[in-house]
Design a protein around this ligand. Sequence first.
Ligand SMILES: *Cc1c(COP(=O)(O)O)cnc(C)c1O
Length: 456
Amino acid sequence: MKTIIEPFRIKSTEPIKLISKEERIKALEKAHNNVFLLDAQDCCIDLLTDSGTGCMSTAQWAAMMLGDESYAGSNSWKKFEKTVKDITGIKHVLPTHQGRAAEAILAQTIIKKGDIIPNNSHFDTTRANIEYVGGVALNLLCDDGLDTSSESLFKGNMNLDKLKDCIKEHGKEKIPFCMITVTNNTGGGQPVSMENIRDIKEILKKYDIPLIIDACRFAENAYFIHEREEVCKDKSLLEIAREMFSYADGATMSCKKDGLANIGGFLICNDDQWAEVFKNLLILREGFPTYGGLAGRDLEAIAVGLMEALELDYQVYRHATVTYLSDRLIERGIPIVRPAGGHAVFLDAKQFLPNISPLQYPGIGIINAIYIEGGIRGVELGSVMFGKFDENGNEIPSSLELVRLAFPRRVYTQSHFDYVVEVIESVWKKKDQIPGYRITYQPEFLRHFSCHFETV
Ligand SMILES: *Cc1c(COP(=O)(O)O)cnc(C)c1O
């Protein structure tokens, strides 16, 4: 049999509704042309994010009933800790309410002003947390990763020469740790190879620089390694994940991704002294170290979800849904990042709208057009999200202008994606009518969440 089917059946449904085009136009106006400010019920197919939007399994719901809500030393915590250690082999586990809380604790305890943190590509909250404490978030993505048409298999890899140059230029004193994001969310959800992780560790080891994995999609990355790296094809995803983490000194995690849960995260490390300072800040910000801002039932759901994410038939299905959408867009000549990433399809907004300059935000143009056309919500990963300014306050455009259509886990069916294809194709056919945008209001950090736009 060639057809890949969903390895589950549906036990509980949630209605979705498509409001009229007039209502969508009004809703977007009211949201200042920023889809983050829309009411969720006005979005028919919500591909804004794959974060915390997944569907939990019956095993996860059942586990939630076992939630032990004791303040300290709960049974749920023990299951959570055991599962995280089983997958990662890392010594100290600190639960947090989300990935960014783990990043904040890491940044605020370890990074000094002027420190450099290399990564393949920093995710937006990671960058914001590093910059908030005066650090510099450096992206050292391989060249293939910047070429949206390259069919390279591991476009999330770090450029090792750039890493060596970075260490030579700044010295290890200025680099308290290096990160690697698997899969590389910001760079199109592209995977990082085992070989690359191993090589990064080799380089860092010479200088005693710790490696921290941004592990949000560790299971999707393990699946890509399984499929694409010959030496790993006979290993289970759990074995691959264990090897990935064996090269790391720590990790930050958002369990809203490959934890298959609606909330949660963790920070892990091997170093005892780091664990001590992390714990002190954790207690101040998140909670006692055996719950860290989560309910016992959340810890239970995550412990089950982390292992479900490593099931091969789940990953096969998940990748098939992403490929299903991307193949249909490619057939229609619609420019997307190739090959398809792990959790999303990324439209290449620069190629989609070549006549709109990056600082008139072509990604926002596409997002707003597909919302109006079909009530579908996506997100820009381009000059708005990664907006930077030079010393004179001039805006520097991002190297990539992408529109991300993220896939909530186990939520939408094939006919939902057929509809998505129809809507995007219809927008593609009248792309010349899409306007550019300017920002009329923006906050200092993470501006994409709340800024206002008007058409140029
Ligand atoms: C989502 C995400 C984060 C932050 O996690 P939150 O739970 O949203 O705070 C960090 N890094 C990457 C790669 C992510 O995708």
